[in-house]
Design a protein around this ligand. Structure first.
Ligand code: HEM
Length: 475
C-alpha cells in the first residue's frame, strides 16, 4: 500500500508531539510521541539499558510511528510495514546508516555492514559470488561434517552451555566455508575474545566520546582493546595464510584479497591491510554470531514445546532416516524451516535496525528534519498481535506456506530489507536447517534446572544468562 493512500488511524491523526507543540510556523510535523526528552524518563518508565522495553512502550502507547528526542536529536520509531518500506526501499537514497553504526565501527571498522556509498557497493559486489545460491550448496557438506563432529563429542546426560557450543560450531563453519581456514583450539580463544568485546559493548556505547578514549588507551577500556587485538591477530593470520597459498578455486577471502590488491596499487599498503581486516572481521562476526543465537533460541523453544519437537523429529526421520543430510535435502526439510523461522520471529538475532535521514523528508502525513534517526525493531514488530495472534506462543504452523503468504513484507524481517538486506540470508537458512536436522537426529535438549532466560539486546540478541541444557541421546 502506498503511504500517500495509507489511512491514518483516527486515534493518532493530527496529534502532535510535545517536542513540536508550541512552536509556531515549524516546517515540520512530528508524529505523536514522548512529551519530554527521553532521559527525563530514565529510571521511571524505562530503564536506560532496556531498548526493547522502550520500543514496546512506544508501540503500545503511541501507534505505528512514534517520535521522541534525545537532547536535540529527533528519533522516529516505526512499527508499520508501509512506513518501513518507505524508508528502506522507496526513499532509501535519503537514508544512511552513518550515525546508527558509529559505535559498531569500534568493532567492525569499515566492513560491509558499516560502509556507505561506493565503498559499500564495491564490497558487496566483490563478496556476492560467495553467497550465490549455487555456490552455497558446496558449503553443505562442511556444515554437516562440523555438526557431526560436535555432536559426537557429547555424552548422554551431560550438561552443556548450548549458546557456547553453537558459537564454536558456527565459528568453525564460517571459517572453513568462506575463509578456507581450520580453526583448531584457537576457536575457544577467538570466541572468548569476541565475548569479552560483546560484554563491554553496552557499556561502551553509553560512554560519550568513547572512540577518543579508546585511542588514548584509557585503563578501563583496555579489555576491549585486548579483545580486539586478539581477534585482529587471528584475522591477520588467515589473510597471511591466503597470501602465501592462494586458492584459485576462489573462496571469499581470495576474492577479497584480489580486490584489495587492486586497490592497494592505488592507495597505501597499510590502509588496504586495515580495510581487508575490517571486511573479514565483519563477515566473520555477522556470519557466526547471528546463526549461533538463532540456533540457541531454537533449541530453547523446542525444549519448552514437546509437541513441536516431536513433529520436527518425525520429519527428520521421514526425510533422512539415519543418514546425515546433504544440500539436496534442504528444500525437503519444510517443518525444520518453519521451526527455525518461528524461532527467529520470537528471538530475532538482529533485533533492531536504524537509519539516519540526509535531508528533510515526508513519511505519511508527517514532515521530518534532516538528521532524524529512524528505528525499527524486529523484536517488537514480529510480536505484534495484529499480525501474529497470541504472539508469545511458539507456533511454527504460522509459517506453513499458505500462512506465510498472508504476512505483509516488513511484518517479518529477521534479515532486514531493501538494498542493505542481509547478504548471507540463503546461507543462514541452509546452515540453520542442516545443523538442526543433523543434531536432532541424535540428541534432544532439556533446560537445566534454575536456568534463567532473558534476552539481552547487544549487537545481536543473546541469552543474558547463557543457555545451560542437558543433552539426552534419542537413539
Ligand atoms: C540468522 C542469521 C542472520 C540474521 C538474522 C542476519 C540479519 C541481518 C540483518 C537484519 C541485516 C541488515 C542490517 C541493516 O539493514 O541495518 C544483515 C546484514 C548483513 N548480514 Fe546478516 N544475518 C544473518 C546471517 C548472516 C550470515 C551467515 C552472513 C555472512 C556469512 C551475514 C552477513 C551480513 C552482511 C555482510 C550484512 C551487511 C549487508 C549490507 O549492508 O549490504 N549475515 N544481516
Amino acid at each position: 500500500m502506498s503511504l500517500a493512500t495509507k489511512p491514518i488511524a483516527p486515534s493518532i491523526r493530527g496529534r502532535r508531539s510535545g517536542a513540536d507543540s508550541g512552536r509556531r510556523a515549524s516546517p515540520y510535523h512530528f508524529p505523536p510521541g514522548l512529551k519530554y526528552n527521553l532521559p527525563f524518563y530514565a529510571f521511571t518508565k524505562f530503564r536506560p539499558a532496556d531498548p526493547i522495553g522502550l520500543f514496546q512502550y512506544l508501540a503500545d502507547n503511541y501507534g505505528d510511528i512514534v517520535h521522541y528526542k534525545i537532547g536535540r536529536k529527533h528519533i522516529v520509531f516505526l512499527n508499520d510495514a508501509a512506513y518501513m518500506r518507505e524508508v528502506l526501499v522507496v526513499q532509501n537514497d535519503n537514508f544512511t546508516k552513518e550515525r546508527t553504526v558509529r559505535r559498531t565501527k569500534l568493532l567492525l571498522g569499515e566492513g560491509m555492514i558499516t560502509a556507505e556509498g561506493s565503498s559499500h557497493r564495491i564490497q558487496r559486489q566483490v563478496a556476492q559470488p560467495a553467497f550465490h545460491r549455487q555456490r552455497i550448496g558446496h558449503y553443505a557438506d562442511t556444515m554437516v561434517e562440523e555438526s557431526l563432529r560436535l555432536q559426537k563429542s557429547w555424552r548422554d546426560g551431560q550438561q552443556l552451555e548450548i549458546a557456547q557450543e553453537m558459537m564454536h560450531l558456527t565459528l568453525r563453519i564460517v571459517a572453513r566455508t568462506l575463509f578456507r581456514t581450520e580453526l583448531g583450539p584457537e576457536v575457544k580463544s577467538l570466541a572468548e575474545a569476541i565475548n569479552r568485546i560483546m560484554g563491554l559493548y553496552n557499556y561502551l556505547v553509553a560512554l560519550p566520546a568513547v572512540e577518543a578514549l579508546i585511542q588514548l588507551r584509557v585503563p578501563g577500556l583496555a579489555r576491549f582493546t585486548q579483545g580486539k587485538q586478539a581477534v585482529d591477530a587471528i584475522v591477520y593470520r588467515m589473510i597471511e595464510d591466503h597470501r602465501r597459498a592462494p586458492n584459485h578455486s576462489g573462496d571469499l577471502l581470495d576474492m577479497m584479497l584480489r580486490a584489495s590488491e587492486t586497490s592497494a596499487s592505488r592507495g597505501g599498503d597499510q590502509e588496504s591491510r586495515d580495510e581487508l581486516r575490517d571486511q573479514v572481521i565483519t563477515i566473520f562476526l555477522a556470519g557466526y554470531e547471528t546463526v549461533a543465537n538463532a540456533l540457541t533460541w531454537t533449541w530453547y523453544l523446542l525444549s519448552q514445546n514437546p509437541a513441536v519437537e516431536q513433529k520436527m523429529f518425525l520429519e527428520i526421520e521421514e526425510v533422512l532416516g539415519t543418514r546425515p543430510p546433504t544440500a539436496d535435502d534442504v528444500p525437503r526439510l519444510c517443518y525444520v524451516e518453519q521451526v527455525f523461522a518461528e524461532a527467529m520471529r520470537l528471538y530475532p538475532p538482529a533485533w533492531a535496525m536504524g537509519r539516519q535521514a540526509r535531508h528533510d523528508f515526508a513519511l505519511g502525513p508527517y514532515r521530518l528534519p534532516a538528521g532524524t534517526t529512524v528505528l525499527a525493531s524486529q523484536y517488537v514488530t514480529q510480536r505484534d498481535p495484529r499480525r501474529f495472534p497470541d504472539p508469545a506462543r511458539f507456533d511454527p504452523e504460522r509459517f506453513r506456506p499458505a500462512g506465510r503468504a498472508t504476512f505483509p513484507k516488513f511484518s517479518y524481517f529477521p534479515f532486514g530489507a531493501g538494498l542493505r538486506q542481509c547478504i548471507g540470508e540463503s546461507l543462514a537458512w541452509m546452515e540453520g536447517k542442516l545443523i538442526l536436522a543433523t543434531v536432532a537426529q541424535k540428541w534432544k535438549f532439556a533446560l537445566a534446572p534454575g536456568q534463567q532466560i532473558q534476552p539481552q539486546p547487544l549487537i545481536t540478541l543473546r541469552p543474558k544468562y547463557g543457555m545451560r541444557m542437558r543433552v539426552d541421546k534419542r537413539h
